[in-house]
Design a protein around this ligand. Structure first.
Ligand code: NAG
Ligand code: NAG
Length: 300
């Protein structure tokens, strides 16, 4: 949950290093109640609250969506989702972070429904300065409709990591040294929604939503935002400064160990890509005759 800064003097380290170091820990990793962090965005009557559980409903009248109350820069957001059971064809459930405006940045998980017994597909995308077209798709190694699984976005100045049950499925690395823009200047909100997308979502739009199977329900629990909060009243540049480690202020997500995947995580990502990836824009030469620049440097 996002709480105000707690300052812990690292006295041992100070003694060892002979100077004063202050580590700032923002938040804690414990899950919060939905309404501490989020609020309904649209279709309030399509929200079902069952204790710690939240359900979003899609029917032939409407889908539904929620948004974080605050915007954030850097950190980690996690939500546990149980996707639509049975026939979910034509439906899309999304979990994403996004900034506002025409040059927005965005990190997306989109869960594309399917007919009963056929696998959900997870599509991820990254928008930088308003430009997306960086889709990847994979099948999961479990059925996401029978249990809750955690979906997370880890974001720091070096990388954006998409995680499923803590296994990395995608890394968008900072390649500013190669002249490629990286999203690190705009505070982002955290969002989720369910809607009808039967014009494209399932088997390329060939399978339509069967409304006789409505309502379609996505269930949520375990909301966690462990990130640097950016008040709307503060200018973006000031928020960027506030949310960056500098001098004696050090945020956990800027620790060197999080500047790239660990060896173990790299192996996990290789496994996911080898066994579960079904589409990668980087290798879609029909769509991109010239390989997108970030793909040339990318070895993840
Ligand atoms: C929506 O579905 C309900 C139940 O199947 C049906 O009675 C109603 O007419 C439908 N409404 C629209 C706008 O299609
Ligand atoms: C749905 O199932 C079909 C058949 O198994 C599969 O080809 C497709 O990728 C699945 N997902 C979507 C979103 O169409």
């Amino acid at each position: 949950m996002a709480v105000s800064c707690v300052i812990l003097p690292l006295s041992v380290m100070s003694v060892l290093l002979g100077f004063s170091v202050v580590l700032i820990l923002v938040g804690s990793a414990s899950a919060a109640k939905f309404d501490e962090l989020f609020q309904p965005g649209w279709a309030f009557d399509h929200f079902i609250y069952e204790g710690e559980l939240l359900k979003l409903k899609l029917d032939n009248y409407s889908g539904a969506g929620f948004a974080s109350k605050s915007k954030y820069m850097f950190g980690k957001v996690t939500v546990q989702i149980k996707l639509v059971e049975g026939d979910s064809a034509g439906t899309v459930t999304a979990f994403y972070m996004s900034s506002d405006g025409p040059t927005h940045d965005e990190f997306d998980f989109e869960f594309l429904g399917n007919t009963t017994g056929e696998p959900y597909v997870v599509q991820t995308n990254v928008y930088v300065n308003g430009v997306g077209n960086r889709e990847q798709r994979l099948n999961l190694w479990f059925d996401p409709t029978t249990d809750f699984h955690s979906y997370s976005l880890l974001w720091n100045q070096r990388q954006v990591v998409f995680l499923v049950d803590e296994t990395p499925i995608r890394v968008h690395a900072n390649m500013e040294k190669q002249g490629i823009p990286f999203p690190k200047d705009q505070p982002m909100g955290v969002y989720s929604s369910i809607w009808n997308a039967d014009d494209w979502a399932t088997q390329g739009g060939r399978v339509k939503t069967d409304w006789s199977h409505a309502p379609f329900i996505a269930s949520y629990q375990g909301f966690e935002i462990n990130a640097c909060e950016c008040p709307a009243s503060v200018a973006a540049a000031d928020n960027a400064r506030k949310c960056s480690s500098s001098g004696e202020k050090r945020y956990w997500w800027d620790e060197p160990t999080l500047s790239e995947l660990s060896m173990h995580q790299s192996h996990q990502l290789l496994w996911v890509r080898a066994n579960h990836m079904i589409y990668d824009y980087c290798t879609d030469t029909a769509r991109f005759p010239a390989t997108p620049v970030e793909c040339l440097h990318h070895h993840h």
